[in-house]
Design a protein around this ligand. Structure first.
Ligand code: NAD
Length: 475
């Protein structure tokens, strides 16, 4: 069985407890890896290693950091098959998608390698003084990540943190720590000085909380549930630490009557069911103009029934299992609640036949939904597309914004005016118009309302790891 260790000060280590956890494959419940269990002592050691490494790493030239990050990206690509396979067996993502995730993580490292070179300040002349404004690394940062994109989301943090000159301690989710750890090992093996990037395992309540509260870390970069993010922000406030919080989402998709219905239906199926709906920017609510609702719904169902469900290691498979029984139970509960309040199941709504040992669930399309239902208000994080009709632009925008979340939203229309008008009114950090994804390394990603604070990706993602300093020169 595969053994996943922690990385502290450049050394692959077991935890202080000497104990290991076993990770089971959600597709068949077979054991796939042993993972060193960390505790608070390990978190403190890792923070101290990062603190020790900070003066050296922050004064390395940006070009040297850039070269190292490119080397790290190359090594991640070289090991992509292995990392992707581990990712698939620990959390159930189809191998094609796992491979895409790992390669995209390598691209993130390349992107931030270059972005780190563009650490540009200001020079302001005021007569007899000069003001120089520079950006400097925040210090030691804690990078806390969830299980649904364990490699890519860590890359979105480790890339800019290292490029900025910060040193870091990463903590992946206990549900999927293995591929993330391999990713960190690859970055380290590219030649990072010891202590620059560390990874510890363990529960959020102990190891995670230590990374948040210990005064050594100056900033917490967190991706996960909104409730955890709120706790982290409160705890970090005691030391006035910087926080970046990428939290839950409940993305609406609005399909107007002038939309390309085929394109909208394809995007809907991909975005609602990809990674079994366990994506913060999944389409969670579909609003379709009454005039085209029937046609659109029929196309969504046809495409949904064409999805291939099976062993996620099979490269032909579109959908694997969900990550855990708890996640599947929540999905079932949300569907039951909707049905009890009048929703109709058009397809799915149950486990598929023949997969008794895995956490499989059929992609599900609902109609006759409304905003009294949990599925239209709470994050399901499961493969469900609830379709609701609207009448007119005003109605669509009102429904889409009727949520505590504000991460992503999608619009399908062939009217440029309507696209711009609607995009500007939607309360979300990213709006996709006639596209099924809002992720681009060059553009900022983050949430409004209870979906978070701060931005990842783009030059703004790098700025999150920098402090600004004004140096005033008297002449
Ligand atoms: P989670 O909040 O349960 O856990 C995320 C991480 O936080 C894990 O590593 C966990 O161990 C750690 N953690 C838990 N309690 C902690 C504490 N008290 N102190 C410090 N760390 C703690 O989230 P999850 O279930 O792993 O992930 C799913 C959630 O993540 C969903 O809500 C999803 O929307 C969200 N998410 C958001 C984005 C985004 O970019 N906005 C991306 C992916 C996932």
């Amino acid at each position: 069985m595969y053994r996943s260790m922690m990385l502290i000060n450049g050394e692959r280590v077991e935890g202080a407890s000497g104990r290991f956890d076993v990770i089971h494959n959600p597709a068949n419940q077979e054991p796939v890896a042993e993972v060193a269990i960390g505790d608070v002592i390990d978190a403190v050691k890792a923070l101290e290693a990062a603190q020790h490494a900070f003066p050296g790493w922050s004064s390395v030239s940006p070009k040297r950091r850039c070269d190292l990050l490119h080397d790290a990206a190359d090594l991640v690509r070289e090991r992509a098959d292995r990392i992707a396979e581990l990712l698939t067996v620990e959390m159930g993502k189809p191998i094609r998608d796992s491979r895409r995730e790992v390669l995209s993580a390598a691209d993130s490292l390349d992107y931030f390698a270059e972005e780190g070179l563009r650490n540009i300040g200001d020079w302001i002349s005021t007569g007899d003084t000069r003001s120089i404004v520079i950006k400097q690394p925040v210090g030691v940062v804690s990078l806390i990540t969830p299980w649904n994109y364990p490699v890519e989301l860590l890359a979105w943090k480790a890339g800019p943190a290292l490029a900025a000159g910060c040193t870091a301690v990463a903590k992946p989710s206990s549900l999927a720590p293995v591929a993330a750890t391999e990713f960190v090992m690859a970055i380290n093996d590219a030649g990072l000085p010891p202590g620059v990037l560390n990874i510890v395992h363990g529960s959020g309540d102990t190891v995670g909380a230590e990374l948040v509260t210990n005064p050594i870390s100056r900033k917490i970069s967190f991706t996960g549930e909104t409730s955890t993010g709120i706790w982290i922000m409160e705890a970090a406030a005691r030391n006035l630490k910087r926080v970046s919080l990428e939290l839950g989402g409940h993305a609406p998709m609005i399909v107007f009557d002038d939309a390309d219905i085929d394109a909208a239906a394809s995007a809907c199926v991909r975005r609602a069911f990809g990674n079994m709906g366990q994506v913060c920017i999944s389409v969670n609510r579909v609003y379709v103009d009454d005039a085209i609702a029937e046609d659109f719904t029929e196309k969504v169902i046809r495409r949904t029934l064409g999805l291939r469900i099976g062993d996620p290691l099979d490269p032909e498979v579109d959908l694997g299992p969900m990550v855990s029984e708890a996640q599947r139970r929540k999905t079932r509960e949300h569907i039951e609640d909707a049905v009890n309040k009048g929703a109709q199941i058009l397809c799915g709504g149950r486990e598929p036949d023949g997969f008794a040992r895995g956490y499989y669930f059929l992609p599900t399309v609902l109609k006759d939904v409304d905003h009294t239902m949990r599925i239209m208000r709470e994050e399901t994080f499961g493969p469900v597309a609830p379709i609701m009709r609207f009448c007119g632009e005003e109605d669509a925008v009102r429904l889409a914004n009727d949520t505590q979340y504000g991460l992503a939203a999608y619009i399908y229309t062939n009217s440029l005016r309507r696209a711009v008008r609607t995009a500007e009114r939607l309360e979300a950090g990213s709006v996709g118009v006639n596209v099924g994804s809002v992720i681009d390394h060059h553009a900022p990603f983050g949430g409004w309302k209870q979906s978070g604070i701060g931005r990842e990706l783009s030059h703004r993602g790098l700025d999150e790891y920098m402090e600004i300093k004004h140096i005033r020169l008297g002449l």
